[in-house]
Ligand binder design. Structure first.
Ligand SMILES: [Zn+2]
Length: 335
């Protein structure tokens, strides 16, 4: 075994930032305006009239300062209103307790926004003065990075100021974008980098009986805690389908790890904070090639460690270190 050939596929979180909640658009005829707005003589393109648009900010998480991020998003529209909205936007920030035109709320979750589940932001599409009599609610997740928070707010303000999906600026008003969260601990810093402590294992059926015996010893060894190197609650469940298995173990005719390499492992997962390191693992693949059948268990055990954040040689259980001798690897190392 040599080299680790560790691939980490980054699956950035694709969060939907959207939504059109406008119901029953009434248009701009005088008759359809509510009483309070009768005689309204402002810019017909501006559903808020010519007045300053007042914005208040509330957050469940009181530790984080969101106001500068909201101000950045408001700036975006103050400089581009004429171009994309046909009216100029002037935003004034007001106290939370007041009766603002728009209230921006930062929340830990947005389970539903119209027809979209798990959105990053949500706002109604405001196209008529009849919709601005009451405070317009804009929501955004409170755990996004600063850049992504501003990005989501710019999009949601776009809706609150009258734009729909696909309207220019098209990139901003697209339904999907790639966002990053606030920094999260990396997999190697977590007690367990998987979402569930029971890992499903798929072993391909071209494994010989002797190899399979060794693989079972390796799994048992981790089931028992790998001499204190993995959390006690970790267990394995062998499954018959490749698709959703957490761990895949398979032999290969030719090593995918480079010539001479007896085995290799790769972890895959998500990097939602975009720092280039995975936070959680969704798959561990272990491949071996050209090994004696009675050495397969040891190699598999060595690579299982990768799935538990063991990366430095000194962090491995002593029996799984590279210094383990030829005979010992083929012996009862798991006992
Ligand atoms: Zn949207």
């Amino acid at each position: 075994m040599r080299g680790t050939n560790r691939r980490t596929t980054v699956l950035s979180v694709l969060v939907v930032a959207t939504l059109v909640l406008s119901a029953g658009c009434i248009g701009l005829s005088e008759r359809s305006l509510p009483d309070g707005l009768a005689g309204y003589a402002g810019d017909p393109d501006n559903p808020y009239g010519d007045r300053n648009i007042t914005v208040a900010v509330t957050a469940t998480d009181s530790e984080r300062s969101f106001a500068p991020l909201v101000a950045d998003a408001a700036d975006y529209w103050e400089t581009r209103g004429e171009r994309y909205l046909n009216y100029s936007v002037n935003v004034t920030f007001v106290a939370n307790e007041s009766d603002p035109d728009i209230r921006v709320s930062f929340v830990p979750r947005i389970d539903r926004c119209g027809e979209v589940e798990s959105a990053a932001g949500c706002a109604p599409e405001i196209t008529s003065p009849s919709q601005t009599g009451e405070t317009v609610g804009v929501r955004a997740l409170d755990n996004l990075s600063a850049n992504s928070t501003v990005r989501v707010l710019e999009h949601e303000f776009g809706h609150a100021l009258g734009l729909g999906h696909g309207d220019p600026p098209r990139e901003l008003m697209a339904t999907h974008t790639t966002l990053t969260s606030l920094p999260k601990p990396n997999a190697s810093e977590r007690a367990l980098a998987w979402n569930d402590s029971t890992l499903s294992v798929f072993v391909t059926d071209d494994v010989s009986a002797a190899e399979r015996e060794g693989i079972d010893h390796a799994l048992d060894y981790y089931d028992r805690g790998a001499e204190g190197h993995v959390p006690k609650n970790v267990s394995f469940r062998v499954v018959s389908r490749f698709e959703n298995a957490d761990v895949v173990i398979r032999p290969a005719e030719r090593s995918p790890c480079g010539p001479g390499a007896g085995s290799c492992g790769s972890v895959f997962g998500s990097d939602s904070d975009g720092d280039g390191a995975l936070e959680t693992y969704t798959r561990l693949e272990i491949v071996y090639s050209g090994l004696d059948a009675d050495a397969v268990g040891w190699h598999v055990a060595r690579w299982l460690a990768l799935g538990f954040g063991i990366e430095n040689e000194s962090a491995y259980p002593p029996v799984l270190r590279e210094t383990t001798g030829h005979d010992e690897r083929r012996g009862d190392w798991w006992r």
